[in-house]
Structure formats: C-alpha cells, structure tokens
Design a protein around this ligand. Structure first.
Ligand code: ZN
Length: 663
C-alpha cells in the first residue's frame, strides 16, 4: 500500500485511532494521553515537478490558516498559546523542575488540541502546574514577548488569563451538545459572541431562512461568528476584509501561487472559486465551489481548505477551519470504484422505506487517500454525489501495530475472534470506511417538506450513525463477495465483532471516569452497539460475558446482528427523512450518551495496565523548495527529521497571522 497523506495542517485529527505501540522510529513524542507519530509519503518522489509544486503551495495554504481554528475553539486559545510559547522559549530556570515539565506537557496538549480543551472529550485540560509558578514564569518573560491587550499591564494580563487556565468552572467545556442548558452560552467555543443566547441564534437563522429556496438551501451561518452589537445580532463573516482577514489573505496568496501549477482547467477553476469565496464570503460561491470540487474526479492532487465541518457548533451551523492536502493512491482506489459503480444497486436493496430512497444515486466517486471530509450541505450530496476518501497508509500502520501491543489479547473474547481480526480486520475496516463515505452519507433523501436542520444538536450523531449502519449492513451482504471486495462470506464478522466491542466497551478508554460520551462519532458508535445489544437480548445475539472478573463482548449470532443493523438503519433514515426530532433525541439520549460507571472503571483499569496512549497525532514532513542559482525551483523534497515541539514552535513563528484577540 502506498501512503497518501500529505499535510494534515493541524495534523491532529485522531478520529479512528486504535491503541498501538508502533514503536520503531515512527514515534516522535509521547505525553498525557497522546502519542505523536511521523508518517511517510511514498510515491512523492515519482510525481512530476509541477504536481510537487502544486502540493507545496497547497500545503503552505494549509498552514497559513492554523491560527483560525485556535481562535474558533475558544477566544483565549491564541493568547494562552502565545504566552506559554514565550514562557517555554524564554524560561531561565531548571527545565527538569516538575512544575516546568507540567507546563511543557500542558503546552504540547494545547498545540495538539488547537486549544485548551481536550480534542475529544472537549473538557478543559487540568494544568499540572500552579498559578504561582505560571505567575513567576510570566514575570521572567517580560511585557514585550506577551500577548497583551492595548494598554494592558502584565499583572492585568495574568489576572485575566489565569482563571481561564486554572479555574475549572471557567469555560469548562468547548462544545456542550446536550442537556437542558443554553447550549450556546454553556459552550466555551467562539462561534457566537458574548451574551448571545441559543434562542436568539435559533430565531436569527429561522428568520434568515424564512421564505428562501428550500430545494438547494444555502448553509446559512456557515462562515461567520454571530455577535451582538448595540443589542443587535450581526454576522462577522470570515473573509478577506472581514474577521480573520490577516490569515485568509495569506491563504489566498498561496492558493493564487498554486493555480499556476494546476493539473487541468477543472482544478484551476476549483482553486479560483475558492479564492473568490474567501474574497467575498458569499455562501452561494461556496456551494458553487463545493460542486466543482465534488465533480472533479480527474485530478491526482486534491485538497480541502476552508470552513467545512460543523461538529464544533452545538447547533451544527458554524464550520471550523480545516485543511488537508493529498494525492491519489491509484491501486486502492480501484476498490472504491467497484463500490461506486454499484451505488444504485446498494441504494435499491437497502432495508430503508422506499419513500426515503433516492431514485437515482448520482456521481458517487471515491478515492483512497486522506482525512478530508464531505461538504456539509445535504443538497450537494443529493444532486452531485459525494466524493470520499480513506487514509490507507495510516489505517494500515495502526492495524499492523495493534496486532502486537496486547490490546486484543486483553479485550477480545477468544483466539477465534483474534484470528478473524488478524486475517480480515484491515480489509473490512477499510471497506467499512469506504461504504460509510462513498455510499452511506450519500444515500437516502429527505421528504420534500423536511427542514434539513430539524435534528439540531442530534444531527451529527444521527448522520454518522446512518452512514455507519449503511456500511455495517452491507459488509455482511453476499454482494461484496460477488464483487470480489471481500475474500469470503466470513470476513464481515471481524468488523462486526470489533465494532460492537468498541462501541460497548473499549472506546470508553478515551473518556475520563465520571464523564459521559460527548463526541459525535463516539456517540454514534455507542448508539448502534447498545441498541443492537438491547434489541437482540431476547435472542441472545450479543452477550457481555464475565471471565476472571473481566467483561468481554461475545457475538453469538452474526446473521441476526446484521438484521438488527438493517432495522436500525431503516429507523435512523426515517428519522432523518421525516425530521423527527423527538425520536432522534430519544435514540441519542437513551443509547448514545450515558456510560455504565462500573464497566467504565473496569475498562480504564485494564487499559491502563497496557500502558498505551489512546490518541495519536502526527508530525508533518517538511516540504522544501530546491532552487538553482537562477532562483528557479528545480525540485521539492521532503524532510522527515523535524520533532514535534520544533514543528509546533516553527508553525507558531512562521504561520501565525492573527491578532491574539479577534473580537
Ligand atoms: Zn461520516
């Protein structure tokens, strides 16, 4: 398999990560619950110079926006990061002092999570150093190196920033997704200005949507912060000349350079549209760009750059900035072509109600490559198909590594399941991702009167569940054997077992004792696993068995399990198609959120003994231009030697354009 990930700018998406001890020279750093890995980019050398230059400028554009996500996640993230970086580089005391080591760990976590909240659990980090130590460090640094507000003294700065770091009650959670609180006011993120309430936001966008096109609706609110000015709500749009302008101008400038190296006219116009969108902030242009992007299946180089995913906003409207760059893995892509060529067959044979099926599934294309995601707007998926991707090099590394680290020995019921995972796990895991991305998200349709935002805070979890269920259901279908995608009719059982074990038990290793499940993908997995466990109880489909005081998942009836996936898929599709908010809410609240504290404690204890870091991050290879004496670029080379701290400090120095306070 060839590796395809080029630049994961923020680099820190650890969505589908298995525990691993892949300890040869891939491991760069380890701290808290994180292990930082280096990844390779095989195939880069054999690209043309033009393609390499395109990748270079797109990767530069990816780095230019790094600060945006920090500021979106919380308005204090940039000042805190900058203050800590100043302390870290200027510290004069003993660097082995436990207080300093704790500060260093805290800073590394802030870099990884793009802010002061855990990237998955969304809770604020608990610093291992004292406010007094922080105060001492800050006074060593001196005013000129600190992100002070205009006219602010160092003392005032410390007084402002300290509660944000140290007081657990202040800005406790990045995104509050459920409960009876005001989700906007309870969330520490920065998508809405101070004092803006959930009711005000909902009213504001309801009014904006009223009477507008519902066939191809604009993603209202996607690229702005909603703030109150003189008692009136106004959108501060993220664009050239608007909010985040100083970073967006740099992105645009790199995109302009990239245009010269575009592989074809279609790609040239995609980049051009994106520039136009960044310059205007016009969401109609964003949709036009998204359509061009989805339709381009000819280019080898691909990228995502912009405000795409809305998981960070409790109301699912505001998008966080992200960027990834990649090129195609041609070999593995053939597999997804087989899937997309048969898209209509899958749509026609799915267990959902006929009224919710698409008569015609269009243009489903798929590439094996990268972390990038689908555009959000439902109508783009419906009318223009979807474009999807897999990071095969990364999944393979995880899969290989996870064989030898003791994880499966600890949690998997018997050798039979372990052998299945070894034999089929990599194939079926990739295939599940392909089915999820290529077919799952793009399948089904809304009834004509259904508001696409009807499921509100529950929409992300239910959408992921829908796509996962589509994939799970078809993994066990004889059609996959017929298409040559799996070697035999037994293969799917490996993914079924892993999915249920993960959803019922092992994903809990990523959650602190006493906390509930918050993140949408994790909620989705627990929702599915718990639902089929409960509904299959009468037939003993899945059991939680005890052995030597430990709990194990045992799947007794894989065929019945598949039927249950089909039943739940039909129900989740109905909820989406009809916009049945109360049924969606019930499903999520009943199955996806709550954790059994005793089982949680057991899993954490067993996992702790394995000494594995539950999350993985990556250091990017450094791309360098090689020039001749006339100054022409003659090659682009990759350097794999940079460490994590060095890379983060360099990014903060070279690619940091936003003011500390973006208000
Ligand atoms: Zn998905």
């Amino acid at each position: 398999m060839t590796a395809m990930v080029m630049t994961a700018c923020t680099g820190q998406k650890a969505e589908k990560v298995e525990a691993t001890q892949d300890n040869f020279n891939y491991v760069v750093d380890q701290f808290a619950d994180l292990q930082i890995l280096r990844y390779r980019v095989p195939g880069f050398e054999s690209l043309s110079l033009k393609q390499k230059q395109l990748l270079y400028h797109l990767s530069e554009a990816a780095l230019m926006g790094r600060d945006i996500l920090f500021d979106q996640n919380c308005r204090y993230n940039l000042p805190i990061r900058r203050a800590l970086e100043a302390v870290y580089t200027g510290y004069k005391g003993d660097r082995t002092d436990p207080q300093f080591v704790a500060l260093e760990t805290y800073l590394k976590r802030v870099w990884f999570a793009n802010g002061i909240h855990h990237h998955y659990a969304e809770d604020k980090f608990v610093p291992g150093f004292t406010p007094e130590f922080f105060q001492t460090c800050i006074s060593q640094v001196g005013a000129s190196a600190l992100p002070l507000r205009e006219g602010q003294t160092v003392e005032q700065f410390v007084a402002e920033i300290s509660p944000v770091i140290f007081d657990p009650a202040v800005m406790a959670k990045r995104t509050v997704q459920s409960g009876d609180v005001d989700l906007i006011r309870a969330s520490a993120n920065n998508y809405y200005g101070e004092g803006v309430t959930q009711v005000e936001v909902e009213d504001f966008y309801a009014r904006m949507k009223a009477g507008k096109d519902t066939i191809s609706p604009i993603s209202y609110g996607l690229n702005s912060r909603l703030v109150k000015e003189n008692g009136k709500l106004v959108e501060k749009v993220w664009k050239v000349g608007g909010l985040y302008s100083s970073a967006i101008e740099k992105i645009v400038s790199e995109l302009q350079k990239a245009t010269a190296f575009a592989e074809n006219d279609a790609q040239k116009s995609i980049i051009g549209k994106l520039i136009e969108y960044y310059q205007s902030g016009d969401l109609k242009i964003f949709d036009a760009y998204s359509i061009l992007w989805v339709e381009d299946t000819a280019s080898d180089v691909d990228f995502v750059n912009g405000f795409i995913e809305t998981y960070g906003d409790p109301l699912g409207m505001k998008a966080s900035w992200e960027s990834t760059v990649n090129f195609i893995n041609k070999e593995a892509t053939k597999r997804t072509k087989v899937i997309s060529d048969n898209a209509q067959w899958f749509e026609d044979h799915s267990p959902v109600d006929k009224r919710f099926k698409k008569e015609k599934v269009k243009g489903v294309s798929a590439k094996v490559i990268t972390v990038s995601n689908l555009p959000n707007a439902d109508w783009i998926r419906r009318d223009h198909g979807s474009k999807s991707v897999t990071i095969e090099n990364i999944t393979e590394a995880y899969d290989k590594a996870s064989q030898g680290n003791g994880f499966n020995d600890e949690f998997v019921w018997s050798d039979k399941e372990r052998e299945g995972l070894k034999k089929y796990g990599f194939i079926t895991d990739n295939l599940h991702t392909d089915l999820h991305e290529c077919l799952g998200h793009g399948s089904g349709k809304l009834l004509p009167d259904t508001d696409p935002d009807a499921l509100k805070a529950y929409s992300s979890t239910l959408e992921e569940a829908r796509a996962d269920l589509f994939g799970l259901y078809y993994l066990g279908d004889a059609k996959l054997v017929e298409l040559g995608l799996v070697p035999d009719a037994e293969a799917y059982k490996a993914e079924y077992y892993k999915y249920i074990m993960n959803g019922l038990m092992t994903q809990l290793v990523r959650i602190e004792q006493g906390k509930n499940v918050e993140e949408a993908h994790m909620r989705n997995r627990q929702l599915i696993a718990k639902w089929v466990y409960e509904k299959g109880k009468a037939d003993n489909v899945i059991e939680l068995k005890q052995r030597d005081g430990k709990t194990y998942v045992v799947v007794n009836d894989y065929a019945k399990l598949r039927e249950l996936f089909g039943t739940l898929l039909a129900e989740v599709q109905r909820i989406k198609s009809e916009g049945d908010f109360s049924a969606g809410k019930k499903l999520v609240e009943e199955y996806a959120v709550k954790v059994d504290p005793a089982l949680h404690a057991e899993v954490l204890e067993r996992y702790a003994k394995l000494n594995l870091a539950p999350y993985k991050g990556f250091v990017n290879p450094v791309m360098k231009e090689v020039k001749n004496d006339k100054g022409d670029v003659t090659d682009i080379v990759l350097d794999y030697t940079e460490g994590y701290t060095d890379q983060m400090l360099r990014y903060s120095k070279v690619y940091s354009f936003l003011p500390s306070y973006n208000e």
